[in-house]
Design a protein around this ligand. Structure first.
Ligand code: HEC
Length: 143
């Protein structure tokens, strides 16, 4: 008996399924992943090059893209770098463009922190007066 006789109907069924999935995967990719610059990893959108040029002179642009925050937080960071790190002043319009880009593509993350562990899942707290006294002497809190 020839194994290919079993495979043929399977193949025949698989082809239309594959044909349907190809355009679907293209659609999914366009929905979930914005286009990024291969060099910096930055999201390619209006003003990205202004941000790249101005924000990678002193440190890696990765320091920028690994951070997230509101427009006010980005403005606060820019003021901090201007006051303490020698960052230059921007024309108001250019600063607006930079802040628009950062707040839109590197905005606040609501899911950046994991949920706290339940008390029953945490290690024993040696400083808790109610905890039993089986903790070894080296970790006892000072009297
Ligand atoms: C004149 C130099 C300079 C330029 C230009 C510059 N930065 Fe910075 N930035 C610094 C220094 C210095 C630090 C501190 C680096 C460190 O902690 O190692 C820093 C830190 C940061 C941090 C980390 C802050 C934190 O919470 O630790 C972010 C985010 C940042 N910069 C964003 C930017 C953005 C956005 C721009 C463009 C608008 C920019 N930087 C341009 C000097 C600069």
């Amino acid at each position: 008996m020839n194994i290919r006789n079993y495979a043929r109907p399977l193949l025949r069924a698989a082809i239309p399924v594959a044909v349907c999935l190809v355009p679907l995967s293209g659609w999914a990719a366009s929905q979930s992943t914005p286009e990024t610059d291969p060099d910096s990893g930055m999201v390619i959108a209006e003003n990205w090059q202004v941000v790249k040029a101005n924000c990678s002179a002193c440190h890696s642009i990765k320091l920028v893209t690994q951070n997230h925050g509101s427009r006010a937080h980005w403005e606060y960071l820019i003021r901090w770098m201007q006051d303490t790190q020698g960052l230059w002043e921007f024309q108001p319009e250019m600063e607006d463009n930079i802040l628009d880009y950062l707040a839109t593509y590197y905005g606040p993350k609501s899911d950046a922190r994991r949920a706290p562990l339940l008390p029953s899942q945490r290690p024993k707290n040696p400083y808790d007066s109610d905890s039993d006294k089986t903790v070894s002497a080296g970790t006892e809190p000072p009297a």
